[in-house]
Design a protein. Structure first.
Length: 295
């Protein structure tokens, strides 16, 4: 009986399936650090605004939002006071946001902005149009200023967010400061690259459909070159400067110029051809997987 008990015990252990390291890794989801950082940069929803939150006006047409349409200038700061519920003339529940001008803390008529939706139904992406949430700017500065990342975008702007041309990409940069941008690009990041060259980039935040240049679309934490060990240093120099030269592969050209607008493929029986129409106006022709002509 003891023998049978021991046999049963060992049989049970042997039949227990082993969980390998590979299976553990497969069941653990990848952590997207860039996306997590982008989420931390998103502004607080209206429902969480506290009195005193400040907004920088970026368009004088913001006056059309408020009752009596008071004249409001670009650069003025509006201070949030309250969010309350009210009823419209038809009896529907609406939201009323009250602001005051920063330079009239104790005087001046309140600015009332009405939204035709109940406070409980306000979307997380809702904000004060034609302005920049300065609390969001301060939060981004605290999170990003002084940090080093790898930039994957070549677009550069000046202090007023006017495009100035292209800079180097896939290189390490340090974010030296974060400032208010405009309603379309609420953040302007000042950066310095590994060669000591300074420039600025425009960045979006949040989950609105217009938020196409969030942190995770512009920066990565780890060196992107490590993902492509076969690419030579000489080719990386071309990619970093958004240049293509004969002999580059489609993958290398995509890194340099981005996804083409149009791709066509054909063969003549002996060779395989591929043509690209690119955003910058260039027309590329590949023969058997290598760039052969640039137009």
């Amino acid at each position: 009986m003891c023998f049978l008990s021991l046999t049963s015990c060992f049989t049970g252990i042997e039949s227990t399936p082993r969980i390998t390291d590979k299976e553990v890794r497969r069941n653990v989801p990848d952590v997207n650090v860039e996306a997590e950082t982008a989420a931390l940069l998103a502004p607080d929803p209206m429902s969480r605004w506290q009195p005193g939150r400040r907004f920088l006006v970026s368009d004088p047409k913001i006056s059309l939002l408020f009752e009596k349409e008071p004249a409001i200038s670009v650069g003025e700061i509006l201070v949030f006071e309250s969010l309350t519920g009210d009823a419209s003339i038809t009896g529907d529940s609406i939201s009323v946001l009250t602001f005051r001008r920063a330079d009239s803390a104790t005087s001046g008529e309140p600015l009332r902005y009405k939204l035709g939706i109940a406070p409980s139904a306000l979307a997380d992406a809702a904000t004060l149009p034609m302005s920049v949430d300065l609390a969001m700017v301060d939060n981004a500065r605290d999170l990003l200023a002084g940090k080093r990342f790898y930039i994957t975008s070549s677009m550069r702007v000046d202090k007023s967010l006017t495009p100035t041309g292209r800079g180097r990409k896939y290189v390490p940069v340090t974010i030296t400061d974060v400032n208010a941008g405009n309603a379309d690009y609420p953040l302007r990041l000042d950066i310095t690259d590994d060669l000591g060259q300074s420039s600025s980039i425009a960045m979006t935040v949040g989950t609105a459909r217009s938020s196409t240049r969030n942190f995770d679309k512009i920066f990565v934490i780890d060196d992107p070159r490590l993902r492509y060990p076969a690419i030579t240093e000489a080719t990386w120099q071309n990619i970093a400067n958004s240049r293509v030269v004969a002999g580059m592969t489609p993958q290398e050209c995509r890194l340099a110029l981005g996804t083409p607008n149009d791709i066509r493929k054909w063969h003549n029986g002996g060779s395989f051809f591929e043509s690209w129409a690119c955003d910058n106006g260039q027309y590329l022709i590949f023969i058997d997987g290598l760039l052969a002509e640039i137009h």
